[in-house]
Every structure is written in structure tokens, then in C-alpha cells.
Design a protein around this ligand. Structure first.
Ligand SMILES: [Zn+2]
Ligand SMILES: [Zn+2]
Length: 117
């Protein structure tokens, strides 16, 4: 993984939340980080699935978790899971005071009914 051309360890995260959800006032369940450009997007359980949408639209094939305590990587084209990967530019996860689902104030009370299983 360390010299994988789909990973740029110098790319910084695009923000503390999903880039597209933040643009429209949406919310997410978990966050994923594009290992190539640093785009932060929401996971496939989230209502809008922006991490996968970014990978499909950009061709950037590898994501890693942006959740505290998670270090795994996932390659879309290979459907390959990795327990860990190279160290990337910080921050390594979203702020600890940002709730899951998040962000604070934008999650509907019936959020469980909007999660993709
Ligand atoms: Zn999103
Ligand atoms: Zn990307």
C-alpha cells in the first residue's frame, strides 16, 4: 500500500464533515476520506453516500475511515479491505466532539429510518 499511486499522504482532509453534506446542510452516519485527494464524504450507510459517489465520479479508488480509532483502508476496484495503511496528513479523524451521526443540530430524530442497511 505504501507506494500505491492511489494514495497521496500529503493531501489534507477537505474538512471536518462530508464536503457535499456540509454544502447543502445534510447529515451523515460515518465519514470516509479519499486517500488520494483528501475529500471527506459520508459512508454508504449515510443517506447520501457521498464517499462512494466521489470515488465513482473522480476515479479515486481508495478510501480510509475518518472515524476516531479506525485505521482501515478500502479499495473500490479490488473490493479489498486493509486493516491499516500509510500514515496520511492530519487530522486523522473528525473532531471528537462531533457526534455520530452528525453533525450536531442537523440530524433528524428519526435518523435510523434514513440509514441504508
Ligand atoms: Zn454526504
Ligand atoms: Zn479523491
Amino acid at each position: 500500500m505504501s507506494d500505491n499511486p492511489a494514495i497521496d499522504p500529503t493531501a489534507v482532509p477537505s474538512g471536518a464533515g462530508c464536503a457535499e453534506c456540509d454544502a447543502v446542510g445534510g447529515w451523515w452516519f460515518h465519514l470516509r476520506r479519499c486517500a488520494l485527494c483528501g475529500h471527506i464524504g459520508c459512508c454508504d450507510s449515510s443517506p447520501s453516500q457521498h464517499a462512494s459517489a466521489h470515488a465513482a465520479a473522480s476515479g479515486h479508488p481508495v478510501i480510509t475511515s475518518f472515524e476516531p480509532g479506525e485505521a482501515w483502508f478500502w479499495s473500490y476496484p479490488d473490493e479489498q479491505f486493509y486493516e491499516s495503511g500509510p500514515d496520511l496528513a492530519g487530522p486523522e479523524h473528525h473532531p471528537l466532539d462531533q457526534p455520530t451521526p452528525g453533525p450536531a443540530g442537523r440530524v433528524p430524530a428519526d435518523w435510523r429510518q434514513h440509514i441504508h442497511q
